[in-house]
Design a protein around this ligand. Structure first.
Ligand code: FES
Ligand SMILES: [Fe+2]
Length: 442
């Protein structure tokens, strides 16, 4: 493997001087107060990816999402109404607050389709637009007008088939928020890749630590050594690995990388099962027969350095959505849902073009199980890291040039928290001033 050129001037990190080059303070990943602030400043204010439109195939389709990152107990319903509009609501009945949609266990997510939502408690009913349509024994209530009790809505917008919600009614529109990367990815054939493999796991580490593990390849030849054949692994560990390109656009970032194992230049680079099934760590390597995945068809944000050895791009949409596109025409998403300062739920979905025969199916399954193996290698390390940074014996850590996006991630999280603190202080000062003025009137 060759080393790849750095930008014309200096290192990657020096291209973003605001990030500095000093060791980074990881207290943000162990301090419970910081997590509470992140919840308010980030998870209650920014756009959060909750699923694909393919989960809502027809009028009345719905699914629920538990959103502990936004607040304890927060649950939402996402559905498709008669006009095809996708909406989101708090999963909460306006009568006496029962959770509206759930199956056997109220804490578990569910999905299905219906013409209206009926509460399990006293049978109040809501239509697909969230309007209250029926009150059991309505005449027994006092001046109640059904129009005053719709389901409480949550902002919901769709970009390229990815459904996002936002708990801040004043947030900017989703497309503005996703910025240049969002614009530059438009047109990729996500809608063709509807065969999904899903993983979900509770990780005993701060949410940012898992993103850290996915935005640098410095660790790959070491931590994931067993993923390649012995000879290839030894070669990689000796030479090291560098990504092809990094970019940062405001709060979002991306890393572009080599794809030489999909297909491998030399079949000896990969294990026997991979040779047979044409698949492995980099996914199935036979391209599906669809438009939009050949090098000259890709949208402009993909493989930005136009590297001929390009294999994979990983876009980090702040705060917690990773989108990875792979050269042979498949993609992966990750979501990281914090449940506390040192715990989060990790969700990964692999999306392929539906297989046409058994061989394609098996090659997708091999990609999915290989992915699980290396994600477990990462996750174990995170839990080991969290326990140690939690001791505070050391709080600052040096990051190398390949770890530029980690710097950016922690810097960005701090930026939102600091902005929130300033706004809160200003609002409180205004309130105090108002009270003083009001007091003067009395
Ligand atoms: S709480 Fe839903 S109908 Fe009473
Ligand atoms: Fe990894």
């Amino acid at each position: 493997m060759a080393f790849f050129p750095k930008p014309a001037v200096g290192s990657w990190t020096e291209n973003w001087p605001e990030l500095g080059t000093a060791p980074v303070d990881y207290t943000d990943s162990i301090d419970p107060e910081q997590w509470k602030l992140e919840q308010q400043a980030i998870f209650r204010k920014l756009w959060l990816h909750v699923g694909r439109v393919e989960r809502l195939p027809k009028t009345g389709s719905y699914f629920t999402r538990e959103m502990p990152s936004v607040g304890p107990g927060t649950s939402i319903i996402i559905n498709k109404d008669k006009d095809g509009t996708i909406r989101a609501f708090y999963n909460l009945c306006r009568h006496r607050g029962n959770k509206l949609v759930w199956n056997d266990y109220p804490g578990e997510e569910t999905s299905g389709s219906c013409r209206q939502f009926t509460c399990k408690y006293h049978a109040w009913r809501y239509d697909l637009k969230g309007d209250l349509t029926f009150i059991q024994q309505e005449q027994e209530f006092f001046d109640v007008d059904k129009a005053d009790y719709p389901l409480k809505s949550v902002r919901c917008e769709v970009w390229e088939g990815f459904i996002f919600v936002n708990f801040d009614d004043d947030a900017e529109p989703l497309e503005d928020y996703l910025g240049e990367f969002g614009q530059g990815l438009k047109g990729y054939p996500f809608h063709e890749m509807t065969e999904v493999y899903s993983y979900r796991s509770e990780i005993k580490a701060n949410w940012k630590l898992f993103i850290d593990a996915f935005v640098e390849f410095y660790h790959a030849p070491i931590l994931h050594m067993k993923q390649a054949t012995k000879e290839e692994a030894e070669k990689l560990a000796k030479v090291g690995f560098e990504a092809l390109h990094y970019d940062i656009k405001d709060q979002h970032s991306m890393i572009s990388s080599w794809g030489g194992m999909s297909p491998p230049k030399d079949l000896n680079m990969v294990k026997p099962i991979e040779r047979i099934l044409h698949s492995g760590l980099f996914g199935p390597w036979d391209r599906p027969d669809i438009k939009g995945i050949l090098p000259d068809e890709l949208p402009p944000a993909v493989n930005p350095a136009r590297q001929p050895t390009w294999g994979q791009d990983s876009f980090e949409f702040f705060p917690n959505f990773t989108l990875l596109l792979w050269v042979p025409g498949w993609y992966l998403t990750y979501n990281y849902w914090p449940t506390g300062v040192d715990t989060h739920i990790f969700e990964a979905n692999l999306y392929f073009v539906p297989p046409k025969n058994t061989r394609q199916r098996l090659s997708q399954e091999l990609a999915a199980v290989t992915f699980k193996e290396y994600a477990l290698q990462d996750a174990n390390t995170l839990e080991a890291t969290q326990t140690q940074i939690g001791t505070r014996a050391v709080t600052e850590f040096p990051l190398c040039d390949q770890e530029i996006l980690l710097r950016h991630l922690h810097h960005t999280a701090h930026k939102y928290v600091d902005k929130y603190k300033l706004e809160k202080a200003a609002a409180e000062a205004a309130k105090t001033n108002g009270n003083v003025k009001d007091g003067a009137h009395v």
